[in-house]
Design a protein around this ligand. Structure first.
Ligand code: G1P
Length: 288
């Protein structure tokens, strides 16, 4: 079945970015000139996604406004002949069919995904976590969808991470099927380095089947007292095959300061308008 729908959980507080996140959604943080969440939706659209559901919480209205029409601004740009800026402004409003739902209580990623149950219906769907921005030739989520087409079932996007980072992620235990695919035997949310079953971490990209909702219903609170998506997927492994796709691309964790700065440098250097000048500026910096 063609995958048409994406769910983007954007309900977290973003405390790692205080004070910025006091009143501004962390997903609206700008990487060069575009909010982080727009990179994510562009990735989904490039992979053939037509409908997007963003799971919000209170205070995240700026996200809804960003993807809405802005007739007053557009008219000013149009009247002053600023066609290129008008294009940029309109693009965000016409990327995809975007809907919203609110997660009333911060009960974890599994619970946030559960808020998408009626949007998803009976179709397989993708989940993209907006903190994880991937710079790649083929969109990361498209690489997972290819694996889904080949093997079916649930597919999680993974990459190897250094030992000291294992406790930040869901870590899988799997058997290799081909060069870039593993069949998952089990997974664990944020284990200590000594308990981690491998160094393959789930990095914010998932193809899920609608059966996940039944699993989430049965999942008790786990790590941090939250309903963990990792625990629900772990339950699903008993019922159906779950795969890990080692996706190609450079992934940035824009949810932490250093990862965000790295992403900004990367996309800044590639930026059509300022990339060249930015490079010269960096080269001139005395970093000692
Ligand atoms: C979430 C998931 C975790 C995954 C990570 C990827 O954790 O729970 O399994 O590895 O995203 O970024 P969070 O970073 O929201 O705590």
């Amino acid at each position: 079945m063609k995958i048409r729908k994406a769910v983007i959980p954007a309900a977290g507080f973003g405390t790692r970015f205080l004070p910025f996140t006091k009143t501004t959604p962390k997903e609206m943080i700008s990487i060069v000139d575009k909010p982080a969440i727009q990179y994510i939706i562009e990735e989904a659209v490039a992979a053939g996604i037509e409908e997007v559901l963003i799971v919000l919480s209170r205070g995240k209205e700026a996200i809804i406004n960003h993807f809405d029409e802005t007739p007053e601004l557009d008219k000013i740009l149009e009247d002053s002949g600023k066609e290129d800026l008008l294009k940029l402004s309109r693009e965000a409003a016409h990327l995809a069919k975007i809907q919203y739902v609110r997660q009333g209580l911060a009960k974890g990623l599994g619970h946030a995904i559960y808020c998408a149950k009626s949007f998803v219906g009976e179709e397989p769907f993708v989940v993209l976590l907006p903190d994880d921005i991937v710079d790649s030739e083929v969109p990361a989520i498209a690489q997972l969808i290819e694996t889904y087409k080949q093997y079916g079932g649930t597919v999680l996007g993974v990459q190897q991470v250094p030992r000291e980072d294992l406790s930040k992620y869901g870590i899988i235990k799997g058997t290799p099927l081909d060069g870039t695919t593993l069949e998952i035997e089990s997974m664990v949310e944020k284990p200590s380095a000594s308990e981690a079953p491998s160094d393959y971490a789930v990095l914010g990209r998932y193809v899920l089947t609608p059966e996940i909702f039944e699993m989430i219903e049965k999942t008790p609170p786990g790590k941090g007292g939250e309903i963990q998506l990792t625990d629900s997927i772990n339950r699903q492994i008993d019922q159906e095959k779950v795969y890990a796709k080692i996706f190609q691309g450079t992934r940035y964790d824009t949810g932490n300061k250093l990862g965000y700065l790295e992403a900004t440098v990367n996309f800044g250097l590639k930026h059509a308008e300022v990339g060249k000048a930015f490079k010269e500026m960096l080269l001139k910096k005395d970093l000692e």
